[in-house]
Design a protein around this ligand. Sequence first.
Ligand code: A2P
Length: 268
Amino acid sequence: MKQNTLKLNTGASIPQLGFGTWQINPSSRAEKATLAAFEAGYRHVDTARVYLNEKGVGHAIKNSTLPREDIFLTTKLWRGEKNVAKALDKSLKRLDQDYVDLYLMHWPQDDRIEAWKVMEQLHKDGTAKAIGVSNFTVRHLTELMEQTDIVPAINQVEFHPFLYQKELLEFCNKHGIIVEAYSPLAHGSKLADPTIVEVATHYDKSPAQIMIRWAVEHDMVVIPKSKNPERIAQNLDVLDFKIDKNDMALLDNLNEDLRTCWDPTNAA
Ligand code: A2P
């Protein structure tokens, strides 16, 4: 299956659809699910220190027959880690990798400016081919860009029709930061919403496929997650149709500021 890619501000390409692995535990299960994702055609996998499954994702990469350069791998710095360089080194050891394609600061942590400066160095050293952030608001991004040199390549945030963060998306677009949508299915909580079901029926697609396609139409990277091989494959199968303007407007109107994960609005 041919994958859509987007261009990062480093010049590298990122597959628009990635496989999310949050809550896929333990590592043996993450390995199985990631292998199913590679089998289905995903070439982009997203993990994090705090997901406690980097080992499993690393095993899947080693045990797949795919060349490493065909896979886009992301992991994240957890906020409790004081030594940022060591934290990446430990992640690389667990992943059994020499580099990641993307290293994200998982949260706007208190010492984020100092931590970002170390991440800039890791990028220059080549162990993090690109660097970005997660759960950053416009305020956090503005502050970071004022005080540091490298503009984040990615801001990974919760994003779906029920949390349509239009202002954040426009801000990121303006600064060449790609928004990456996590929990694009609102954690599975909105798949029976009448508007989602109506639009899904219109295109003969599943509600999950409509929510994922909505994010694709907004030019975001999207990382749905599933433990089930059929749903893993289904979530990637969203490139053979387009949602028309009227239906996009219907979906855009579903916003209710619903957060199913964390709310970083008041993170100091
Ligand atoms: P499962 O792992 O059993 O498939 P999100 O990515 O927004 O956090 O959503 C993940 C949740 O949505 C999980 O509970 C997952 O369950 C479920 N899910 C993932 N893909 C689909 C799908 N295509 N149809 C229905 N539920 C799905």
